[in-house]
Design a binder for this molecule. Sequence first.
Ligand SMILES: Nc1ncnc2c1ncn2[C@@H]1O[C@H](COP(=O)(O)OP(=O)(O)O)[C@@H](O)[C@H]1O
Ligand SMILES: [Mg+2]
Length: 582
Amino acid sequence: MNIVKTLLKSVREFKKLSIITPLIIIAEVILEMFLPFITGRLIDEGVEVGNMQMIIRYGVILFVMALLSLAAGAGAAITGAKASTGFAKNLRRDMYHKVQDYSFANIDKFSTSSLVTRLTTDVTNVQNAYQIVLRMAVRSPIMLVFALIMSFSVNPRVAWVFLLAIPILGTCLPLLLTRAHPIFKRIFRRYDKLNLVVQENLRGIRVVKSFVREGHEKEKFDDISESIYQDFSKAEKIMAFTGPLMSFCIYLIIILVSWLSAKFIIGGTMTTGDLTTLISYAGNILMGLMFISVSIMMMVISRPSMERITEILTEEPTIKDPENPVTAVKDGSVSFKNVTLMYSRKAEKPVLDNISIDIASGETVGIIGGTGSSKSSLVQLIPRLYDVIEGSVQVGGVDVRDYHIETLRNEVAMVLQKNVLFSGTIKENLRWGNEHATDEELVRVCKLAQADGFIQSFPDGYDTYIEQGGANVSGGQKQRLCIARALLKKPKILILDDSTSAVDTRTDALIRKAMLEEIPNTTKIIIAQRTSSVQDADKIIVLDEGRVSAVGSHEELLKTSAIYQEVYYSQNREEAFGSAEE
Ligand SMILES: Nc1ncnc2c1ncn2[C@@H]1O[C@H](COP(=O)(O)OP(=O)(O)O)[C@@H](O)[C@H]1O
Ligand SMILES: [Mg+2]
């Protein structure tokens, strides 16, 4: 019930249509229900006795009623479609807005591919179910009750046969539906996986191709696609029994009704018109039951989708603004106090283990460590992309959890390790950093990031169109554009997470030199693989398996840190061993 309530909140402006639709349908059903009755009168009072006047009279009534019922049916179809598609639109919008508020941890929980399925396939399922429910939910019971009442009023001695259908259908239908439900549930989980494969493969299509993994990827896709097919045919096989079951009931009842009526008609206690009327109502009753079962079936199919959508809508963002947020960042100092981080409460080992570091405003800090040593995890805490489990992270002397998140993130610019450009021109991409930046400012930050040169060499310059994911610029160019974009924010703290890995050493040095000269007061935190990228930093932090292994200047670390020495000498072998190999 809670699920339905949550979902119905998205109906909003389509509430009117959602109420009108069943009302029109009630009118349609009532008209429709009188048709067999009038037909019976037409036969008995017109055809049987050869009264042309009566035939015309009932004929006209029938025609007008049929026309009205047709119009009502068409009207309800239109309003129903509008209501359900409108509902779906609102639902998608609400989900999308909610996802925008998600923290990284929330997104980790669902996975991107599952979010995509939920926003598309699941919403479509709910939309279809909503439309069916709007149109069938009132139609079927009314139809059923009306047809029963009318047939009992025509001839109670025959009408009781109709009641036979109820126990037969009442036991068989639920049996079929309960067997189909778990299969449908499984199908949606498979859809998630399918989307994951498609998404991963298409995004990484270049990697797939260069590793000649197409065969493997095709197999992966085919496997999931096949299992969805298998499940669907299994579910449909179960569902397919409903059709024949209905037919069986219809014919059984028609035979019984005809047999009983024949006796009464011969005995003279019933008319032929009554028989036609009753047979029509038999059809109506079974149609009513059928619609009810279709509605229930739709609910069964869409129930997992409803649950999955509700999960998105009711998920609490793990990172939210505090009650009285601090809206200004004093300076660019950063201080980690006994910080422990875990991505999941169930993990055995913390990703960051009791880290304490102080960084003064305006300092340049290098971070070095092997892959998986938690370098990215450490810096992601500064703009509060994740929250610590224990301890605290302070920026400008204030706990990051006390800031207005937007304020904090505007002052802490981070070039993520896996950064992305969006489709659009270079200018548009840069202005993500600051919508109102002038062209001069764009050029200035691009010069700083050593990007101006290659941008100017493009025929369209700053208006060059960047394809989706930055496919038409090189890795190093992309990294420099991302740095420029971050610089445009004029942050107090700039974090570069391995952001110059694809840039040659000379350009890398030029970027560092420009930053030192042009933005001396900005705190710069640089994660790097090469010691050359950090050696002139004020201090270098060596991370190892989520712990601080050493802190110091380049010279100090060369003397004291075994890890640092190893990294340094492996990268500077020629210098270390002289030119002996030549
Ligand atoms: N979003 C995440 N969810 C769960 N585990 C993660 C996540 N990000 C990183 N990790 C894990 O945390 C550890 C440190 O990762 P990371 O900070 O990316 O290291 P580095 O940047 O030094 O290569 C790794 O074991 C990694 O698998
Ligand atoms: Mg990393």
